[in-house]
Design a protein around this ligand. Structure first.
Ligand code: ADP
Ligand code: GN1
Ligand code: MG
Length: 351
């Protein structure tokens, strides 16, 4: 990390560097200089993102595109160049990059009020609108099949067959839950293949903690974590946000009696998202937003379970059964989404 820091000419001398944030993927550091000036230094996760050059090219292009429309530096991520002018550096097989820290901001792991969540909907909807005129085909598909739910099921079945970590016997109930829903997994990818849903530039990782809000007004500044920007489906961005943010408990809550789908939070997000997307969504895109929520929850649960069965190689964990706990919260949420499907649809229709 100190080696990576040396490549930058910062405003002031670094006086502290600490691990930061609650992301599951990258290694994130907050660097503070004596000025004081704050920076975010990140090591990109190589196991998750083998093509870090393609990934960085996507981020550079997307942030430049947004900056043309939005010159306020707090409203789009800003890469800090190394001394030699490059916007990222390779150290052996590691890739490091630095961003300006977004000052006077808030990054929430859970919404404190319905309005916080509504504002995150505005942030993700705005991101989608800002990139509506970006040529999606010029982006690198950094993780092929990222939201290919049937593909995620195939990976789960491979993991069950291989049983690398010897855990299959101990999670029969979880495996049965997910496999019994496999027949529903291909709905969105099927509509895309038939040309009924359009490909958009999407974030593909719309967790609440990937949005920065202004600390004072609690209105959106910008979307962060642009690693997975790729062509994708609007309903998946909507759905992944609901999966994470409309839950009454954390993604890794052990006490499942605390985990519920909050319809007030769902409504708040949908209002914010749809108001910011404007007229850009087609009627079918709007109608399939609730399906996006159910499928993203199922898919994420399938991914956590797969990683658990493979011995926790993908998501950062901080306790041995962390991925299994995450698998179970997603089951609880997915089940509630099935039960409340009618309500979820009526809310969208009413907006
Ligand atoms: P991961 O892929 O691991 O989730 P993120 O890019 O989301 O990595 O960063 C992890 C956390 O670091 C974020 O949730 C946020 O709290 C913080 N963070 C990242 N970039 C910035 C930034 N430019 N300004 C302020 N905080 C940031
Ligand atoms: C990861 O990077 P982070 O923590 O925002 C993951 C998402 C999952 C999420 C589950 C690149 O997101 O796809 O939905 O964890 N990102 C990647 O919390 O796999
Ligand atoms: Mg993140």
């Amino acid at each position: 990390m100190l080696e990576a820091l040396k490549a930058y000419d910062l405003e002031g001398l670094p006086i502290s560097w600490t691990r930061f944030g609650s992301g599951h993927i990258n290694e994130t550091w907050l660097v503070v200089t004596g000025r004081p000036h704050l920076y975010i230094l990140q090591k990109v996760n190589h196991f998750v993102f083998p093509d870090t050059e393609g990934l960085m090219r996507n981020i550079i292009r997307v942030t430049q595109h947004i900056r043309k429309k939005e010159p306020d530096p707090r409203r789009v991520l800003q890469l800090v160049p190394c001394r030699d002018g490059s916007l990222y550096q390779k150290l052996g097989d590691e890739t490091w990059r630095m961003y300006e820290y977004i000052t006077d901001s808030l990054c929430l792991d859970s919404a404190e009020t319905d309005d916080d969540f509504r504002q995150s909907g505005v942030a993700f909807g705005t991101f989608q609108r800002q990139l509506a005129d970006f040529p999606a085909e010029e982006l690198v598909e950094v993780i092929p099949g990222f939201h290919d739910t049937p593909g995620r099921y195939r990976a789960l079945k491979r993991a069950i067959e291989e049983d690398r970590a010897g855990r299959v016997q101990s999670c029969r109930a979880e495996i049965d839950f997910y496999l019994s829903r496999e027949k529903t997994a291909g709905m969105m990818t099927g509509l895309l293949q038939k040309g009924e849903l359009p490909l958009r530039v999407t974030l593909n990782d719309t967790k609440l903690n990937n949005v920065m809000l202004d600390a004072e007004t609690r209105t959106p500044l910008c979307v962060i974590d642009l690693d997975t920007v790729m062509p994708g489906l609007a309903a998946n961005d909507f759905g992944d946000a609901i999966r994470f943010g409309a839950s009454t408990a954390a993604e890794d809550e052990k006490d499942l009696s605390k985990v519920h789908l909050s319809l007030p939070l769902y409504r708040a997000f949908a209002e914010g998202f749809l108001s910011a997307c404007g007229e850009s969504l087609t009627p079918l895109e709007r109608a399939t937003l609730p399906d996006g929520a159910r499928l993203m929850t199922l898919e994420c649960g399938v991914r956590f379970l797969t990683d658990y069965l493979e011995g926790d190689r993908y998501f950062h964990i901080s306790r041995p059964e962390h991925n299994l706990d995450r698998t179970r919260t997603q089951m609880t949420l997915a089940r509630e989404m099935e039960e409340r499907e009618g309500d979820m649809r009526s809310i969208i229709e009413a907006i």
